[in-house]
Design a binder for this molecule. Structure first.
Ligand code: AMP
Ligand code: ZN
Length: 498
């Protein structure tokens, strides 16, 4: 690793959900990070709540990369095994949607995976390094079940395999992530229903025998069936990141039972706990209640970008929505409202305007009224403190204030400091926060395009004057091929985009 790697000079602390404390982050292998984040269940369009969690982890991914870590970021697609009510009984969410829409389950998976990718792209979120699917890892899931059975932590019952939580808890602690203990869980759970195959209510399915009407099924040594929801993440995280890896993330609501079960499966299969740092992103709420598909208390990214909904007065650009989300720390609840978004929009424009102003600043002999070096480190300190993006944004606004005082000629900046200030703002605003300049994307790109076409029109005119018709025709024809039509008129040549 290059001697200049930033992580060597910055001490990053991460709030580890399992210890309940901020801990100094040390990766297993110096310079490298393995990070797994639970991805979406692709049975409907993602809502803004889901997006918040993925944007939170995009911020984390971006900052780790910014610190010069080599990050392998694995985020799965759940396309089988996730049953209604997150339980061990009921219909598969994907299969149910397929039945209702009279489509193949894989058509449902394809449609909503595509939607998810398009939405993440609009939010300028980086794709993960690997995006594995549950259905693509059935063989590995069967293999790990065999290992868990061999190690004595699972049992077969009528063609289904269940994880034996009580047995596991004799040697390990089931509940350590969510701060529970098995005795309390036993005291607080209802009796098993008569038709249940489980020995105890806390046991969870590793493999479920499929009912005759269950269409998403695969052969296994035990039955034609499907894997339990928690298993895919254990399999895909350990396959791509190793039996023990650095960071595992997801929404707060996945802590129990999903992540608790992942820990149990990992320990039962591999004899060691799978994850060093557990990270949980907090919820986006609407009118104080968790945004959730099952209650219908949602707003979709499309409704937000188009303004086509009953909650908002107007449409909002994805960059502004992203900025709104990053103004809250990822571990705090964020309530969605029109007023909050409008406030973010103002702040966002103020920031972008200052970035524009900064470009036209003429440096002076020395810097007055601001310590650029110290400010830069404060920006790092904010992010080093468990990715505190709201504090970082406050620091960026300190720079905005400074830039505006330079413009008003109340302060000055040296050439060296100006370079450092510009570089730092750009790194944090665009690389780390992942904001884009929404004004630039539309009008500036338009300006750049017409400037480029005007240049080609002039070159074509010169070629015609020189009787080089081969070149002039080539310019016209090639532009037409890409949908730009030149029109020669009395006033000169103009163009239209088809
Ligand atoms: P799902 O598709 O339901 O499996 O959820 C995908 C991700 O979105 C999980 O990490 C959930 O924790 C997260 N999530 C669901 N609802 C919300 C919400 N209202 N706010 C933030 N994250 C959420
Ligand atoms: Zn998961």
């Amino acid at each position: 690793m290059a001697a200049s790697s930033l992580y060597k000079t910055q001490e990053l602390k991460i709030y580890n959900s399992i210890s309940g404390q901020k801990e100094v982050f040390t990766p297993i292998t110096e310079g490298n990070i393995g990070m797994y984040v639970c991805g979406p269940t692709v049975y409907s369009n993602v809502h803004l709540g889901n997006c918040r969690t993925f944007i939170s982890f995009d911020l984390i991914f971006r900052y780790l990369k910014h610190l010069d870590y080599k990050v392998r970021y694995v985020r799965n697609i759940t396309d089988a095994g996730h049953l209604e009510n997150d339980a061990d009984e009921g219909e598969d969410k994907v299969a149910k949607k397929a039945r209702l829409e009279q489509l193949e389950p894989m058509e449902i998976v394809q449609r909503y995976t595509l939607d998810f990718h398009q939405v993440m792209d609009k939010f300028n979120a980086f794709p993960p390094s690997i995006e594995p699917t549950a259905t693509g890892h059935i063989i590995e899931q069967i293999e790990i079940i065999k290992t868990i059975i061999d190690n004595g932590f699972a049992y077969e019952s009528n063609g289904s395999i269940y994880f034996d939580v009580q047995k596991f808890n004799k040697t390990n602690h089931y509940g350590k992530l969510s701060g529970r203990n098995l005795e309390d869980m036993i005291a607080n759970t209802r009796e098993l229903s008569a038709q249940s195959d489980k020995k105890n209510p806390q046991d969870f399915a590793l493999w479920k025998k499929a009912d005759p009407q269950h269409i998403m099924r695969w052969p296994s040594p035990w039955s034609d069936g499907f894997p339990g929801w928690h298993l895919e993440c254990t399999v895909m995280s350990t396959k791509y990141l190793g039996e023990r890896f650095d960071i595992h993330g997801g929404g707060m609501d996945l802590k129990f039972p999903h992540h608790e079960c992942e820990i149990a499966q990992g320990e039962a299969a591999c004899g060691q706990t799978p994850v060093n740092y557990w990270m949980h992103a907090n919820m986006l709420t609407l009118n104080g209640k968790k945004m959730s598909k099952s209650t219908g208390n949602t707003i979709s990214p499309e409704e937000l970008f188009s303004g086509n909904n009953d909650i908002l007065n107007k449409a909002f650009d994805p960059a502004i929505v992203r900025f709104f989300m990053l103004q809250a720390h990822y571990r705090s609840i964020l309530d969605f409202s029109n007023d909050a978004l409008e406030a973010s929009e103002k702040g966002y424009h103020k920031l972008m305007e200052a970035i524009q102003t900064n470009k036209s600043i003429t440096p002076d002999q020395e810097t007055t009224g601001f310590n650029v070096q110290a400010w830069r480190q404060e920006c790092y300190n904010a992010m080093n403190d468990d990715f505190n993006s709201p504090i970082l944004i406050a620091k960026l606004f300190d720079a905005v204030k400074f830039i505006n005082t330079i413009k008003e000629q109340k302060t000055t900046i040296s050439a060296e400091d100006h370079q450092l200030l510009s570089k730092t703002i750009s790194a944090f605003v665009f690389d780390v926060l992942g904001l884009v300049n929404a004004n630039e994307t539309s009008s500036d790109i338009g300006d750049k395009l017409s400037g480029t076409v005007d240049l080609l029109i002039n070159l074509r005119a010169e070629a015609r004057i020189n009787k080089d018709f081969a070149t002039s025709d080539k310019i016209r024809d090639k532009l037409l091929e890409i949908g730009i039509q030149l029109k020669d008129g009395r006033e000169g040549t103009s163009f239209s985009i088809n």
